[in-house]
Design a binder for this molecule. Structure first.
Ligand code: GLU
Length: 492
């Protein structure tokens, strides 16, 4: 049994930043934290890391809660349910970080740095020209702390930096990868508090993990390069380190880090595309871990019982959509008809969704038996445009004014612009689409029909932007992206 470092009760966490749609990587890391916590009789904590206000997105935090609950992972402490270490949202913990930065200044482990951005930019240019390692030259490190305090009190703009030891090494004891020793010469005097008084990820993350009594940090491999900095911070504070586990990153089929250009990465996409939550969780459990006896279908409870770190494999697990669909099929086939009916109702065949769709189609039907054919595309995923000569003919016509390759590029730009927006209301979607049309120099009477064709597979549909709103951002964006990828093969 993987006990905590010093026999403390096991406490683990996920610490997502609310910067967009809820990512499958968050569910993946949450799953391994959850499974380990449950197996050890420990606690699983959710902390929101929202100190980077420039990247924070309004609706993102709620979507993280909803998505994790949808897959079936619940937490014992978190911003929405509280707990003994509240608040669990970093933007509400500013005073804690400032006090901890001050503790390090007082002990001489950190210092105030008044270097201007101009000086740092110049330094960088000089280091580049001389082919030196880039980094801060510790210009302010020798400053008398009293002088530093006086200048800060007088309101002079500054940051707080860690005084990284000048000699020796720092060892990251990764439980999955073994010890990695790094020469401290390679570690910069990292910024702990920014000039606006906000903490950096490093300071906030370490202070919170300590105060929240986190015993095991189980996170994605992409953070491993930050870990030496974190170890140095634990040392500077004189705190006990957690046990480190860096899980292999999810990858696209070509082994690059999973990205929305190659795979949908939002948990909400999988929900809207009719993947069952248990199948998704099971699939994520197969990423980087094996059950032990070639078994691929298992429940969360079975995973908790069978889990062990020695069956983690570090070679990048491929997020393979076909495999997910294969597993989902097995789940569907194993459901009773009654449970399947419930799953379909939960998905989209429910009054909530129908009351959004019906206002768009009521005027288009004369009898109820015309309803299903009229609304079929509100209940499907990717559209099979290749088998639709009418769609292809229309796209071909429109490509006379908007060449296909350009159309594909422009559509991807639109998807990115839509992704960058909070919420999904038809007014906003329309505003973005109009501004985009103007920016790419195409008339709406050319671009909007293309959007309609790709999103509905039809020449005529209810009002376009209302339709896109009701379809939901996941399905609509996927159809646009997928459509952009297909265009060159559809129109030759
Ligand atoms: N806020 C980081 C993230 O977005 C947390 C990384 C960690 O677990 O330390 O994933």
């Amino acid at each position: 049994m993987a006990a905590s470092t010093s026999g403390r009760p096991v406490r683990v966490r996920i610490a997502p930043s609310p910067t967009g749609d809820p990512h499958v990587g968050t569910a993946y890391i949450a799953l391994f934290n959850y499974v380990f916590a449950k197996q050890q009789g420990g606690k699983f904590i959710l902390r929101i890391e929202d100190t980077d206000q420039t990247r924070a997105r309004g609706d993102s935090e709620q979507m993280i809660y909803d998505a994790l609950r949808w897959v079936g992972l619940s937490w014992d402490e978190g911003p929405d349910i509280g707990g003994p270490h509240a608040p669990y949202r970093q933007s509400e913990r500013g005073a804690i970080y400032a006090a901890h930065a001050q503790m390090l200044i007082d002990s001489g482990a950190a210092y105030r740095c008044f270097c201007t951005t101009e000086r740092l930019a110049k330094l960088r240019v000089q280091q580049q020209a001389e082919k030196l390692t880039l980094g801060y030259d510790r210009h302010c490190r020798g400053l008398d702390p009293k002088e530093g305090a006086a200048r800060a009190a007088a309101g002079e703009v500054h940051v707080v930096r860690l005084a990284t030891p000048l000699e020796g090494s720092v060892v990251v004891k990764d439980r999955l990868r073994g010890d990695v020793s790094i020469d401290v010469g390679q570690v910069d005097d990292q910024v702990l508090l920014k000039s606006d008084g906000m903490p950096t990820y490093h300071l906030a993350n370490v202070v919170d993990d300590h105060l929240m009594e986190i015993t095991h940090v189980i996170r994605a491999e992409e953070w491993i390069s930050s870990t030496p900095k974190h170890v140095l911070l634990y040392r500077a504070f004189g705190w006990e380190e957690p046990a480190w586990y860096h899980m292999p990153l999810l990858r696209n089929a070509d082994k690059s880090k999973i990205s929305k250009r190659k795979n949908p990465v939002s948990i909400n996409y999988y929900r809207d595309a009719g993947v069952l939550p248990h199948a998704l969780l099971n699939f994520l459990g197969l990423m980087g871990w094996s059950f032990g006896d070639d078994r691929e279908k298992f429940t969360l409870e079975e995973m908790i019982a069978a889990f062990s770190w020695d069956r983690i494999s570090l070679g990048g697990p491929v997020f393979n959509l076909d495999k997910l669909t294969w597993l989902n099929e097995k789940y569907i086939h194993d459901l009773s008809y009654d449970a399947l009916a419930d799953a379909v109702i939960d998905w989209r065949l429910n009054k909530g969704y129908l009351t959004k769709v019906l206002p768009l189609v009521r005027e288009r039907i004369k009898r109820l038996d015309e309803l299903i054919p009229a609304i079929e595309y509100f209940f499907s995923g990717d559209l099979d445009l290749a088998s639709r000569p009418d769609v292809i003919a229309e796209l071909t016509k429109l490509s006379a004014t908007w060449p296909i390759a350009q159309m594909a590029t422009d559509l991807r730009t639109l998807v990115e612009q839509l992704e960058a927006k909070d919420g999904w209301a038809h007014k906003t979607i329309e505003e973005v689409a109009r501004a985009w049309s103007e920016a790419i120099g195409q008339k709406a009477k050319v671009t909007f029909p293309v959007l309609r064709l790709l999103v509905t597979g039809r020449k005529a549909s209810p009002p376009l932007f209302e339709t896109i709103e009701v379809l939901g951002k996941e399905i609509a964006r996927r159809r646009l992206r997928h459509g952009a990828d297909l265009l060159p093969t559809l129109v030759k």
